[in-house]
Unconditional design. Structure first.
Length: 695
């Protein structure tokens, strides 16, 4: 497929690549010469123009020149050499923490210096810390670079400069031939200018002197778009391939007994919403097929995903299979266990519990009953992943709050019930409302159902944002609410990763609040409490015995206490929007009007203000997700670990959203008309990232 111009040779065919370098190159996904061409710049440095000191902006990476006005060693907390320069338009301080005597002497008053570095805020003015620098002799003219400098992602022991040299060598091989075009005309995108692949690659690695600098830096150049399109297409194909491969497996075609499902529906105090019914029908259609369902159910917090999961489990069991429901936290798993037990036991279906904190005897019994098939539905945490858990006839795997688990865990659990070539059906549920275009990319290997309707009678949560300077007012408000027999969550957050500190903070808060409000019954729940203890507190809160529950973010997912109608979140500015929306979803579940108080620690950054404002203005998970994406960018919102989304080289899910809309169709065209090219495209972009071997 690849023209014979050395591009498919191993990198060791290049000058300067021995065993050591080759090993390091493997780490960044480079094995063949052509892989270097697809190792694309992360960004560019602009050394083509001198920036006047008076025009500097924070965080810019710039080339500047000036005359040294003063050089002095400062002894503060850390000894540093400060070198003040100016150019007639403004001034700048160069700061060195490490410097030699010779350097210090060299940087003397009156010398002209040229530096490249990032502009930062110093105590008194803009600074550059450890800039690259060059002293310039009086009267001498030193030209600036004529081209942008690409900056590549690299790994330890592999310098930018060496990488640049290797890429230059690889580009030279391109002179003898062209990079084969793999995207067939039917799958091209009109929005992307018609650069050839070879032209686009040359352009982004070595932008010509007249290239539009800002456009390249902003990643808006057509050459970049051309490559981003191809990369996104390759990613889409990867996911589709993953999906196709699963479809080659068999799954038990389940033929449920509708009477059992009806029995639960008759028992429920409410009818299903239209959206719940529709999604259930989609699930049932999938499970009746002889190949594995892979369905994602998206539904905003409170949309009623649990009952849909329970009905799917009942279907599986009435069709003669076992089902398993897994949740990311023990607290949520326990709640599901209770709900499922209450719903399924009357139907004669035994529900089992499987979590980390169990006595050996309890665990042994559960394992036996899972193996014998006596337990029909197992509910638990990731303890269900363990090898010793063996099922008799696993037909359905349900994963709640899927975004908390990685793709790999998802695959691992799917492999659980697998013997030789059959697999269980898989249902994953998430409240993380990913904007549609993104979902198509993140979950291209899944079919997506959306519960786009909340049960009737819910009043939207009113959200207010207050500074923690008004903590006393908030406490009084909580008091008033409790006197009206409303229940309150008080959520403590800490940035520290340490769970220990988080729990400590929650304990302290509970004590302080109890002191302020002696007439209230206040409970505490956090991650380090024993299961039984936690359960006791949750039960007391649910039954109305407690007025207030002080908690860490353990209550973020899934907890369901309809009478709780006020939530206070401390240090709200430290949490992500999606997380805040989830937390807030704990209230507004009943008929009572609910409130959420977002308390922040002043001063609030501009970004922080924008984020909290967004929550105040919207209760719609999809709107919030879209805003979150705009404010924080897709990397942070999705987190590659959470979604299994590959790290992109040129593509950017936010900026390239318009490309995503045509992606699905383009991928289908590729698979239909040129499957071999589709395959080659995936290899070109993702060969080293994904191991299809075990799927
Ligand atoms: P989530 O989608 O966040 O997991 P849950 O499944 O916990 O939501 O449901 C939230 C609450 O709504 C629960 O108390 C549940 O019993 C209730 N509920 C679910 N479906 C309906 C419905 N169709 N009508 C009324 N209440 C419902
Ligand atoms: Mg839930």
């Amino acid at each position: 497929m690849v023209a014979d111009n050395g591009l498919s040779q191993p990198v060791t065919s290049l000058k300067g690549v021995g065993g050591k370098v080759a090993e390091r190159l493997v780490k960044i996904g480079v094995q063949q010469v052509q892989d270097l061409l697809f190792h694309l710049p992360l960004r560019y440095q602009d050394r083509t123009r001198l920036m006047p000191l008076g025009a500097l902006r924070l965080q810019q990476e710039v080339l500047v020149e000036g005359t040294i006005q003063l050089s002095q060693v400062k002894f503060g907390r850390r000894r540093s050499l400060l070198c003040h320069i100016s150019d007639g338009t403004g001034s700048l301080i160069l700061r060195f923490f490490h410097f030699s005597k010779a350097q210090q002497l060299q940087l003397e008053k009156g010398r002209k210096i040229r530096c490249f570095g990032e502009v930062r805020n110093g105590p008194s003015s803009f600074e550059m810390v450890h800039p690259e620098y060059q002293l310039i002799d009086a009267g001498k003219i030193v030209p600036v670079d004529s081209e942008l400098t690409p900056v590549y992602p690299t790994t330890e022991g592999l310098h930018q400069l060496s990488l640049r040299k290797l890429i230059t060598q690889a580009l030279a091989s391109l002179e003898n031939g062209l990079m084969p075009e793999l995207v067939i005309p039917e799958a091209r995108c009109h929005n992307v200018a018609d650069f050839s692949l070879t032209e686009a690659l040359k352009f982004v690695h070595q932008p010509p002197p007249d290239a539009p600098v800002q456009q390249l830096i902003d990643r808006q150049h057509p050459a970049q778009k051309r490559l981003a399109y191809e990369e996104l297409l390759a990613q889409q194909l990867t996911m589709k391939k993953l999906r196709q491969q699963t479809q080659h497996h068999r799954a038990p075609a389940l033929n449920p007994d509708p009477a059992q499902r009806e029995a639960l529906l008759n028992q429920l105090p409410f009818p299903l919403t239209k959206a719940q019914q529709r999604v259930l029908t989609e699930i049932e259609a999938d499970m009746s097929k002889p190949f594995p369902m892979q369905r994602l159910v998206q539904g905003d917090v409170g949309s009623g995903k649990t009952v849909v999961a329970a009905l799917a489990a009942i279907d599986a069991v009435s069709a003669g299979a076992q089902a398993v429901m897994m949740a990311p936290t023990e607290l949520l798993a326990e709640q599901h266990f209770k709900t499922f037990t209450q719903w399924l036991t009357p139907l004669g279906m035994k529900v089992g519990w499987c979590a980390g904190k169990q006595t050996a005897a309890e665990r042994r019994q559960v394992l036996e009953q899972l193996k014998s098939g006596e337990i029909k539905v197992a509910v638990g945490t990731h303890a269900l992943f363990q090898d010793e858990v063996v099922f008799n006839q696993l037909g359905l795997v349900i994963i709640d709050e899927q975004h908390r688990f990685g793709v790999h865990q998802r695959l691992a659990l799917r492999d659980k019930g697998r013997d030789v070539d059959t697999m269980p059906h898989q249902l994953v549920m998430t409240a993380t409302p990913i904007p549609r275009t993104l979902a198509m990319t993140a979950y291209a290997d899944l079919s997506v159902s959306v519960i786009d309707e909340l049960p009737p009678g819910r009043t939207p949560v009113t959200t207010v944002v207050v500074s923690d300077g008004r903590r006393q007012d908030v406490i009084e408000r909580v008091h008033a609410a409790c006197q009206q027999h409303r229940q309150v969550y008080w959520v403590c957050t800490l940035i520290e990763e340490s769970e220990h500190l988080q729990c400590q903070a929650a304990e302290d808060t509970a004590t302080t609040l109890q002191d302020c409000l002696p007439d209230l019954k206040i409970g505490l729940v956090h991650g380090r409490m024993k299961s039984a203890q936690k359960e006791q507190v949750m039960t007391a809160f649910k039954s109305g015995e407690l007025d207030m529950l002080v908690a860490t973010t353990v209550i973020e997912v899934g907890v369901d206490v309809p009478n709780a109608s006020l939530m206070v979140i401390e240090n709200a500015e430290r949490l992500g929007l999606a997380q805040l929306h989830q937390l807030r979803g704990r209230v507004g579940r009943g008929q009572i009007e609910s409130h959420c108080v977002l308390m922040y620690h002043a001063p609030l950054s501009e970004n922080g203000q924008a984020r909290l404002k967004c929550l105040r203005e919207s209760n719609d998970g999809f709107v919030i997700a879209q805003r979150d994406l705009e404010i924080r960018g897709p990397g942070e919102v999705l987190g590659t670990r959470q979604t299994g989304l590959p790290q992109f080289r040129v593509a950017n899910l936010l900026e390239d959203q318009e490309l995503l809309t045509v992606m699905e169709q383009a991928a289908n065209k590729m698979l239909e008309l040129a499957p071999d090219k589709a395959e080659a495209l995936v290899t070109r972009w993702f060969a080293h990232k994904l191991d299809f071997g075990h799927v």
